[in-house]
Design a protein around this ligand. Structure first.
Ligand SMILES: CC(C)(COP(=O)(O)OP(=O)(O)OC[C@H]1O[C@@H](n2cnc3c(N)ncnc32)[C@H](O)[C@@H]1OP(=O)(O)O)[C@@H](O)C(=O)NCCC(=O)NCCS
Length: 338
């Protein structure tokens, strides 16, 4: 049975059952990834940025003979932002290939359509059943990145200490656990708004302004995800010349996520990328003693960044793809399949 589900008011038993399903999915699809712990799962599923909405549904198995509610065997949520609905679907490995995934997408796509949105995007992990699933539903691949993972046990810490000090004179490197202080939000947002080049020559402007940045940091905190920031400040102007962001999620605190790393164009060639990433790892080592790995995502043609990551010890793990579909086409396809 598929029904709309609100993680804010759901029972703890339901949240725990969904967590079991998520972990069963990880075990078969991404066996090297750490299982999720039970911390801040409800917050992770319910908190959103101002102006965004997340709508969720669950598929629940039949109740046991003694009346105990059945387990949550499938889940879909769609995040409505800008003009797009971003979809996430999971089906317990024991309940797959019976049309449940398709049914969950159908229910979510219908709502996205009713809400007036035109396209749906989804992140698809390479080499998992999700690839065949979304392609069977008519989704097409828009973009591919490589996920790489750094095992902190393999890091050459003395070499890293040298890298962290290897920035040219005129720049100051600063560590800000929790996020940058208010007075740095403006220059930080300016650095983030810098237009970045991606592999296919397309230009992807980042939408950050100081207020949006503050909202996004607050949202991370509310979702149980702790941001750490290292900045390179250009001393003469006070501008943020480079930044790198790592988030340690309460849900899997042994593996952190590397978010953006940006070196502003006019400050490139001064060793900033290497220095800020190295400083971040050194700081994390003491701030998060349980941390074992950091994962990062890069465009395959971003050779400069891939080179620095390889020097730091990151090993490519697998493809991470973005797929998209036109909502009208998807709704039509799924309705005619019933
Ligand atoms: C992708 C997923 C949702 C599919 O769920 P499902 O209930 O098995 O999907 P369905 O039974 O509705 O399949 C619909 C169609 O998709 C395609 N499909 C599904 N699984 C497939 C697979 N392993 N290989 C190829 N095609 C597949 C088939 O065309 C299938 O139709 P068919 O069974 O009639 O041939 C499920 O495998 C899953 O939860 N994967 C993990 C998703 C995820 O996001 N993980 C993130 C961490 S890894």
């Amino acid at each position: 049975m598929v029904r709309e589900w609100d993680p804010r008011t759901a029972s703890s038993a339901e949240v725990a059952s969904l967590l079991d399903t998520l972990n069963a999915v990880l075990t078969v699809d991404l066996p090297q990834d750490p299982p999720w712990q039970g911390h801040s799962v409800r917050e992770y599923l319910s908190e959103v940025m101002p102006g965004e909405r997340r709508i969720s549904w669950v598929a629940q198995g039949d109740p046991a003979p003694d009346g105990t509610p059945g387990p949550i065997v499938g889940h879909v949520h769609v995040l409505l932002l800008g003009g797009i609905g971003v979809l996430e679907v999971v089906v317990h490995p024991a309940a797959r290939r019976r049309g449940l995934g398709r049914e969950l997408v159908r229910v979510a796509a219908r709502r996205v359509w009713d809400e007036g949105f035109q396209s749906i995007g989804v992140e698809v992990v390479g080499d998992t059943p999700a690839v065949g699933f979304y392609e069977s539903l008519g989704f097409t691949r828009d973009y591919v990145e490589t996920r790489s993972v750094l095992d902190l046990r393999t890091v050459d810490w003395p070499a890293l200490t040298e890298m962290a000090a290897g920035v040219d004179a005129g720049y100051r490197v600063e560590f800000w656990p929790g996020g940058p202080p208010d007075e740095l939000l403006e220059p930080y947002a300016r650095a983030k708004a810098e237009v970045r080049e991606v592999d296919d020559g397309e230009l992807r402007p980042s939408s950050y302004d100081p207020e949006r940045l503050r909202d996004s940091l607050d949202t991370l905190h509310r979702r149980g995800m702790k941001p750490y920031i290292v900045l390179a400040v250009h001393e003469q102007t006070g501008e943020v010349a480079g930044l790198t962001e790592v988030v340690v999620p309460a849900q899997h605190p042994t593996r952190a996520d590397q978010y953006d790393t940006i070196v502003v164009r006019e400050h490139r060639g001064h060793g900033i990328d290497r220095a800020i990433k190295a400083r971040m790892l050194l700081e994390l080592r003491s701030a998060e003693p349980d941390l074992a790995e950091v994962q990062t995502w890069n465009a395959q043609a971003n050779e400069a960044m891939l080179k620095v990551n390889a020097e730091l010890g990151y090993r490519p793990d697998r493809d991470w793809c973005e797929y998209g579909v036109d909502v009208a086409e998807l709704v039509h396809r799924l309705d005619s399949h019933r």
